[in-house]
Design a protein around this ligand. Structure first.
Ligand code: PLP
Length: 376
């Protein structure tokens, strides 16, 4: 087994693994399970600082994004797709798939969205049913300021869909304060449960938009409406993955108990970035760094594959490359959730200290020492 230090899936704590092995009841018929599911959803809402209802769907993070777009898109709807990364742009595919007209607002992939520039754009064109924005675009690690972007969109009556799958709980998310209509999360990033679940918080405005559609939602599985009134009806649209949900609940209880989780992420991420830049490596983005992942450019002396293989084979640590437009260009260190522990990042720094010079990359200092110094 490798020590996975990737930006999701992350490591899973023992108490999460343990509850996943409990005997199963029938989740369609057992009233206790409906209560357990509902209480888990309420815990998610509380941790995200919202009165909005949360729903857990049996499927990966991508299912949440698709369900959000499926629910809000009617044929011909104009949708603003805020694009400064691979996931940002990817929303356009879902919008199109459900008959909408995606309007891409594409800006520099190396920087967080400039909110003032977005405001100037919206002044001229704001006829959108909803907008999509990614909090941390994980392939580059760029972090967008959803606390400012969403209220700006709402000031024009534009519904807000946010993908914070790889940021929430490592970065602050306050759904009600930020005015997020549909917020998507996933089990396998900071939450640190195994892959397989997504959850979405749904504002009253988003419920109304889904209920008042002229055309039915063109999906059964990617459809939040099928959960409407599930508790009163004691009826789930499909059999819930009970073991996964028990694990998710334990992972959220861990987060609830971890009262300094945001500070821990900030401290570790800051120290990693300081170490990388002080020792001659280049962070991929110029502005907007998520505290959940650090991304540096592959030095010209070597390749992403060579670094990843050497770290894996010599140190048993798995780091990640990237994909799409960033394929082969960057290395990503995940410090989210259970990965975000000082000693785990120290091991990563040690591995890179050894491997990079072997591959001909001159480091101008010790990553490990700089990291430890920056943590103090
Ligand atoms: C991981 C992730 C998702 C979900 O992707 P999966 O392939 O379903 O795990 C969605 N958005 C972002 C930004 C992510 O990092």
């Amino acid at each position: 087994m490798y020590e996975i230090m990737t930006p999701g899936p992350t490591q899973v704590r023992e108490n999460v693994l343990a509850v996943r092995s409990l005997p199963c009841t029938n989740p369609d018929l057992d009233p206790d399970f409906y209560t357990f599911y509902k209480e888990t959803c309420e815990l998610i809402s509380a941790l995200l600082h919202t009165k909005n209802e949360a729903l857990i769907l049996g499927g990966e993070g991508i299912l949440g994004l698709e369900a959000a777009c499926a629910g809000l898109t009617e044929p011909g709807d104009r949708v603003l797709v805020i694009d400064n990364g691979v996931f940002g742009k990817g929303f356009a595919d879902f919008v199109k798939m459900y008959g909408g007209d995606p309007v891409l607002y594409t800006v520099d992939y190396l920087e967080a969205v400039d909110v003032d520039a977005l405001a100037a754009y919206l002044e001229k064109d704001h006829n959108f049913k909803y907008a999509t924005v990614v909090h941390c675009d994980t392939p580059s690690g760029v972090l967008n300021d959803i606390a400012r972007i969403c209220p700006l969109l709402k000031s024009y009556g534009i519904l807000t869909v946010v993908d914070s799958v790889s940021a929430m709980f490592g970065e602050e998310v306050r759904v009600d304060d930020y005015q997020i209509d549909l917020l998507c999360g996933g089990s396998q990033k900071v939450v640190s449960a195994p892959p397989g679940l997504t959850f979405v918080t749904v504002s009253p405005t988003a419920w109304t938009a889904m209920k008042e559609r002229n055309t039915p939602i063109a999906s059964f599985y990617a459809n939040l409406m099928t959960f409407d009134g599930y508790f009163e009806k004691q009826w789930f649209p499909y059999t819930m993955p009970i073991s996964d949900i028990r694990g998710l609940r334990a992972a959220f209880e861990n987060i609830k108990a971890d009262t300094t989780i945001l500070e821990r992420h900030a401290k570790i991420a800051g120290a990693v970035r300081t170490a990388l830049t002080s020792c001659g490596l280049k962070l991929h983005t110029r502005k907007g760094y998520s505290n959940t992942v650090s991304v540096f450019d592959v030095p010209r002396e070597t390749t992403a594959a060579a670094i990843l293989t050497a770290v894996r084979e010599q140190f048993n640590i798995m780091l990640a490359g990237s994909f799409d437009v960033l394929e082969g260009q960057v290395i990503r260190i995940g410090h989210m959730g259970e990965n975000a522990r000082a000693e785990k990042l120290e091991a990563v720094m040690k591995a890179l200290d050894a491997v990079l010079p072997e591959l001909g990359v001159p480091l101008t200092g010790s990553l490990t020492e700089t990291y430890l110094e920056a943590l103090k």
